[in-house]
Design a protein around this ligand. Structure first.
Ligand code: NDP
Ligand code: X2W
Length: 343
């Protein structure tokens, strides 16, 4: 099968290339970039020399559709919804990494993204591809989930689906490495600002709040708004979401552990940690795993879940490839059998 990547010079685009170039079912038909069209990727990124010899191409939907079977859009929100148009109209498979097609309600999109919404019917037909939880691919348009949303939803799924928590008690404190902000340097991601520092940002305004809420409400209608905060930490990759919730019944640590063990037992990329062990970032960085640690504090009556992912893999390119694998009924692990780098 032939695939093209738009936004190939960005962090997620480069990761998509890395995964897809070893994928046994896939051949890369073209890498597309607006700013660097016509340039040789090995000259732009010397680490790519002798790995990919083709030049970067300027975006051209018809050419992509003529030369490939599926396109990945690793472009910013607001850009994806424009360049996706010809593909959606032609019913051509699109896997979009941006936030443009994740929300069902156009007004919600406009409120949180401060941009005009994509066509409502396209939002309705897009599949929210939380790949580990068996999405039903209803159309050729797949909206790859956001990085914080992925860590949070995988951390919460067993509790919310099984109705274990007080619906207004969920608090998420999430931290991300700097690659989550993409390749454009900003004041917040400048080395001098970020190094040996930690800063909270987008307080009560993060675009993943409605994304998480939309999915939690599908799982459990009773869910109330969550308190959700995001912080930058001085690492390149990785997200840690620390999640707190109050149970709505008497529970024990053992029951909580069994709930998660049973729920995730058969899921290849979710690893529930042994009792009293909490995951660190390194144990997932470089891989498509989501590792989850949990505890119940009998003194405070609080559940605490720690969910970690690599934002560029499970949070972006890895999950996008997993969605492609599931959509085309390839082995879901193809191209994703990556051990964490760890050291
Ligand atoms: N980084 C992360 O951890 C995550 C990112 N995402 C999402 O994935 C998408 C890509 O993110 P990321 O890789 O970090 O971003 P980057 O900023 O690193 O890269 C974005 C890419 O988009 C391309 N681009 C920008 N404007 C246009 C345009 N008008 N037409 C065509 N291409 C354009 C750029 O292309 P060029 O300069 O080559 O023209 C660049 O290669 C975003 O929507 C982001 O929100 C989702 C989850 C996690
Ligand atoms: C560290 C950092 O800045 N992270 C980005 C998340 C990237 C992402 O997943 O955002 P989309 O929803 O646009 O795809 C942010 O907080 O906006």
């Amino acid at each position: 099968m032939k695939v093209s990547i738009v936004g190939a010079t960005g962090y997620s685009g480069l990761e998509l290339f890395r995964l897809l170039s070893t994928h046994r079912e896939v051949e890369i038909a073209g890498l597309y970039s607006q700013s660097f069209k016509g340039e040789n990727i090995g000259e732009l990124y010397p680490y790519m020399q002798k790995i990919y010899n083709g030049d970067l191409r300027g975006f051209h939907a018809e050419k992509i559709m003529a030369t490939s079977d599926c396109v990945f859009l690793a472009t910013p929100s607001g850009v994806s919804k424009e360049i996706a148009n010809p593909f959606i109209q032609a019913n051509f498979p699109v896997i979009d990494l941006s936030g443009d097609f994740r929300l069902k309600n156009p007004k919600t999109y406009e409120k949180w993204y401060q941009k005009s919404a994509p066509k409502s019917e396209w939002l309705q037909q897009a599949t929210y591809g939380l790949a580990d939880l068996s999405p039903h691919y209803a159309s050729h348009l797949i909206a790859n989930p956001g990085c914080y949303a992925t860590a949070t939803l995988l951390g919460l799924a067993p509790l919310i689906q099984n109705d274990w928590v007080q619906p207004d008690s969920v608090i998420v404190d999430a931290k991300s490495g700097l690659s989550g902000a993409g390749k454009m340097n900003t004041k917040a991601t400048h080395y001098v600002e970020a190094n040996e520092n930690m800063s909270v940002y987008k307080v009560n305004q993060h675009q993943h709040i409605p994304e998480v809420m939309q999915q939690l409400k599908i799982w459990n209608k009773k869910m109330q708004p969550i308190q959700f905060s995001t912080s930058l930490i001085p690492v390149t990759r990785g997200i840690m979401a620390t999640i707190y919730a109050k149970p709505n019944k008497k529970i024990t640590q053992q029951e909580l552990f069994e709930l998660y063990e049973f729920y995730y037992e058969k899921m290849a990329f979710i690893r529930v940690q042994p009792k009293n062990c909490f995951p660190d970032l390194r144990q997932v960085v470089g891989s498509n795993y989501c590792d989850i640690g949990l505890t119940y504090n009998e003194e405070t009556g609080m559940i605490m879940i720690v969910s970690v992912i690599d934002n560029l893999l499970k949070g972006a390119a890895g999950q996008a490839v997993q969605n492609m694998n599931l959509f085309y009924q390839f082995n879901q692990s193809e191209g994703l059998r990556l051990s964490p780098v760890y050291l």
